[in-house]
Design a protein around this ligand. Structure first.
Ligand code: SF4
Ligand code: SF4
Length: 93
């Protein structure tokens, strides 16, 4: 049975692209993706000098990176990748 396509309001097909991963070696923790995502998918974390996860506002945080807190909540709008200047996000159908 053919898959029913997702449609835009005008009836044209929409192919969602869901967030799959964020590369912690590329992400600069700028928070731009977080600001555009209204679905609670993303969360900023801190990494200490040993790359152990700490709270983003912890004094031990040497750097901050974005992570996928609730990957299953993604609707596939791709807005996060659109605003990421570092190309840290990987999306998939
Ligand atoms: S994934 Fe991109 S937009 Fe999001 S915090 Fe990292 S560098 Fe910034
Ligand atoms: S694709 Fe859309 S819903 Fe999914 S994480 Fe990015 S901005 Fe949020």
């Amino acid at each position: 049975m053919p898959e029913t396509p997702t449609l835009r309001r005008d009836g044209t097909p929409w192919r969602p692209l869901y967030v799959e991963a964020i590369d912690p070696d590329v992400c600069i923790g700028c928070g731009r993706c977080f600001k555009v995502c209204v679905h609670g998918v993303l969360m900023l974390i801190g990494l200490d000098e040993d790359d152990t996860v700490v709270a983003a506002d912890d004094d031990e945080a040497e750097r901050r990176v974005m992570t996928l807190a609730e990957k299953g909540r993604c609707i596939g709008c791709a807005a996060c990748r659109q605003v990421c200047g570092s190309k840290a996000l990987t999306l998939a159908a």
